[in-house]
Design a protein around this ligand. Structure first.
Ligand code: THU
Length: 133
């Protein structure tokens, strides 16, 4: 992943994090998912008074992309105030489509904390192939 693309994704994630609806945690998250065809789908976390209903930024971006016909992805940037790592539910949902996805973890200052493949965050993950074995 070249630096220009990383910067573009991180900036898109920082921008969408401003739209986060997070009145309960006050923890804003932005995600920018880079589809195989070069389209960027952004997402923020959207909380709910019934707390568990909350959707994370990564899954917001993913469902936007899949519902627009994309199923293959190159990378995702996830941006928070402290460079927090994607939760397990989001790792699993992304793994369904792209185990090789490059995950860029950054903060609101644009500082990149980590770049690593999704399968390092979710080793031995459960995938569609698991159902055939
Ligand atoms: N959150 C995300 O959006 N993505 C993650 O990967 C971790 C957590 C959100 C959910 C909730 O709105 C807030 O961060 C605090 O957990």
């Amino acid at each position: 992943m070249d630096n220009t693309t990383v910067e573009k994704l991180v900036n898109a994630a920082i921008e969408v994090a401003q739209k986060a609806y997070a009145p309960y945690s006050n923890y804003h998250v932005g995600a920018a998912l880079y589809a195989e065809d070069g389209t960027i789908f952004t997402g923020c976390n959207v909380e709910n008074a019934s707390y568990p209903i909350t959707i994370c930024a990564e899954r917001t971006a993913l469902v936007k992309a899949v519902s627009e016909g994309r199923r293959q992805f190159q990378a995702i940037a996830v941006v928070t105030r402290n460079g927090g790592s994607p939760c397990g539910m989001c790792r699993q949902m992304l793994y369904e489509f792209s185990p090789e996805l490059t995950v860029i973890i950054a903060d609101f200052e644009g500082q990149v904390h980590r770049i690593l493949p999704l399968h390092d965050l979710l080793p031995h993950g459960f995938s569609p192939k698991s159902l055939d074995e």
